[in-house]
Each structure stands twice: as C-alpha cells, then as structure tokens.
Ligand binder design. Structure first.
Ligand code: 5GP
Ligand code: ZN
Length: 112
C-alpha cells in the first residue's frame, strides 16, 4: 500500500534498525521501546491487522511465528511476550499487521 508507514519500512524507503529480513517478512526494533528488547515483525505484503488474516494470507503469518521463534532463540530470549493490537481501542496505531516481541523485564497480567 503506497501510503503505509510499515510498507515503506519493509521496502527500505524509510530507515529502520533491522533485526531480520527475508522474502516474506521484515523485523526491526521499535522506535519507542516498551521493554529492554522490543522489536516488531511485519509481513512485506500489506495486511491491515489480525482481523484481515484469512486463508489467502495466513501462510505468511505462520512464517512470521517461525521467524519470531528463531529470532528469540538467536537473541537468547528465554521469556518474552508477543502482542498484536487490533483496532483503536486495543491501541493499534499503525494499520499494517505487526507483532510486537517484548522481553527483558517483568510483565504484568492482564495487560493494561
Ligand atoms: P501499535 O501501536 O500499532 O500496536 O504499534 C505500532 C508500533 O510502531 C509502536 O510501538 C511504535 O512505537 C512503532 N513505530 C511507529 N512508527 C515507527 C517508526 O517510524 N519506526 C519504528 N521503528 N517504529 C515505529
Ligand atoms: Zn502496509
């Protein structure tokens, strides 16, 4: 999508601190980290949020979770949280599917 911040980051048109990239997804550190380790994993294809996942695009989501597991292992993360906010009330501010990976501090439940 031409006017999407994360599409531009995935395409390298806007700089980011890259963690990982392959043909299907892009991972980069969050600009406003909420934990000592906080990165985002996004599909290169534009998907608006979890609510737009269906049989035509769920393969990339499965792939992203494989990537998250690999990156967490590579980074030595033994405990971490994966979060995706959907919609305004849940706190979604960028309308391109992304999974937050947060680690390195005690976390509370339920989330605020
Ligand atoms: P959301 O609020 O939609 O769940 O998460 C969006 C995340 O993207 C936020 O944690 C925010 O800090 C991050 N973010 C927004 N703009 C940028 C940017 O230009 N670069 C990076 N690296 N992160 C961004
Ligand atoms: Zn996008």
């Amino acid at each position: 999508m031409s006017d999407c911040l994360f599409c531009k980051i995935a395409a390298g048109e806007i700089p980011s601190n890259k963690v990982y990239e392959d043909a299907l997804c892009y991972a980069f550190y969050d600009i406003a980290p909420q934990a000592p380790t906080h990165f985002l994993v996004i599909p290169k294809v534009h998907i608006g949020s979890v609510s737009e996942i269906d049989g035509t695009n769920s393969g990339v989501v499965a792939h992203i979770f494989e990537v998250i597991a690999k990156l967490a292992g590579d980074l030595g993360l033994t405990s971490y949280r994966v979060v995706s906010n959907i919609g305004e009330q849940a706190g979604q501010s960028v309308l391109h599917l992304h999974f937050h990976v947060l680690s390195g501090r005690d976390m509370t439940w339920p989330p605020g």
